[in-house]
Design a protein around this ligand. Sequence first.
Ligand code: F6R
Length: 606
Amino acid sequence: MCGIVGYVGARPAVPVLVEGLHRLEYRGYDSAGVAVPRRGRIAVTKVAGRVRDLRDRLDLPGAATTGIGHTRWATHGEPNDRNAHPHLDASGRVAVVHNGIIENAEQLRARLSADGVALASDTDTEALAHLIAASLGDGPLEDAVRTALRHVEGTYGLVVLDRIRPDELVVARNGSPIVLGVGEGEMFVASDVAALVHHTQRVVFLDDGEVATVKAGEYRTSTLDATTTTRTPTTVDLESGSYGLDGHPDFMRKEMAEQPEAVRRALRGRLDTRFATAHLGGLDLDPVALRSVRRVKFLGCGSAYYAGQIGAGLVESLARVPADAEPASEFRYRNPVVDPDTLYVAVSQSGETLDTLAAVQELRRKGGRVMGAVNVVGSAIARECGSGVFLHAGPEISVASTKAVTTMGVSFAMLALLLGRVRDLSAAAGARVVAGLQALPERIEAALALDDEIAGIASRYASARHMFFLGRVSGWPVAREGAQKLKEVSYVHAEAYQAAELKHGPIALIDKDMPSVVIVPDDDIVVKNVSTMEQIRARGGPVIAVTTVDLPAGVADEVVRVPRGEAVLDPLVLGIPLQLLAYHTAAALGRDIDKPRNLAKSVTVE
Ligand code: F6R
């Protein structure tokens, strides 16, 4: 949430900053701004709106070779020019960009006001600028930053520019990522490698509680109590191209298309055909420990929670171990009973979601056994869990998650297989699941090939103001994720319901203007789903069936048929047409697909 970029080197800084902000815009797009030293002052340009609006205001390229930039998702204060970052202290000496939340901002702001400081914005970040400026002495800038941060409670990734030292930046991290990019005679700073991999792949991820001074040819890291740390750069093994559109119109489309390959990567080296099981090297649980797991609980937010619910279904059916999923945001606040025999699985694409991270911290504090299912290597949740599975989905830029959700499901199928095979899942049944997983990329390809057909359906129903998404048992979390996808990218109201619950009340809403998308996996209750569709159609409601089975003729107005395969894996395939339905509905309605209103990738606030 929010994106940070910084540059120190020999090139004009502003074009580097603007380009980096473009790449980070998926993290927040309420406002954007840059600050550079200019003739002994700091020149700040900031604007409510998109990075393109900022670029229109800038005089490019400009002479400055140092600078900081920010793209914002508003938390404290509405998204206007005043509240956009960077923020200056009252004398205009230091400029700050910041991700995270300063929890004691109100007290700090009140104290500053009482001291006569005129606050220029409604933000928590501005307080940091004043505190740092007030802490400046004869020593290095990083000393002032350390002193100021002693008064601060909350999370931050921040970058500070001082007009007296225009050739350096100071950065600090606590809970919000900061990465340094090491170039030839130039250094980059960002909240996300996406902003810098096309400049350099040599990076240093700061730890929480670290501060760094960054100059063109060097950087120095230390802790908040000024103990020097040694950080050698690592090489990110991602091509900068994987952060580009590669000819696709938007990232959601690109990432949906990447799903077969993402699934192949997630499976690579993890299926054991000899013993019909899975190898999950990062799990750190031997067979005895795996057998001691008496319950599995998946924790995540939004789509990651729905993927966890799919995972719980897989664990129950393959391993016969009780399993469920809960929103991490609820779990962390309800003083959960932490059971030592439960395996907790923290599910997160970004590895940054604050609610999920807090749930993990609560679990660890209470001695719970927790593993991560995370896409971003080195992220806070991955580090906090210490063990788990990486999703290997590749960078996900689109705010609406697609390939990460699919690889979550794949990882949970492997976990369920592993738990099953140390219990009563037979070798023959295990072998069927292994074969089913191996065949999954082709099934997903076949589902993606339904694109034109689904675009046609989307155009016929795009004018609907509401839609139901209905499913039973393993189809239920698929329906929930389908409804979520439609809501977030098209703004069409969609409600997911357990199909059998419809007749207990919501069926009153059914009429010709209320289409229902019904998920019909290849399971023992197809006939029940058929009767749900008949009940809807009898009341004049249009039905779109999304299924892997042959349905009786005339039972639905539209049938999206995905190829049959290992039935237990159907929830992983049936989600694909729903992604396409959301995408094409959004496209038909002219929505900004990669940047849905009010949203941002990575929710690092409460
Ligand atoms: C929906 C979506 C969100 C995320 C949720 C958790 O498309 O992307 O619902 O799934 O914010 O994010 P992560 O997985 O990064 O923890």
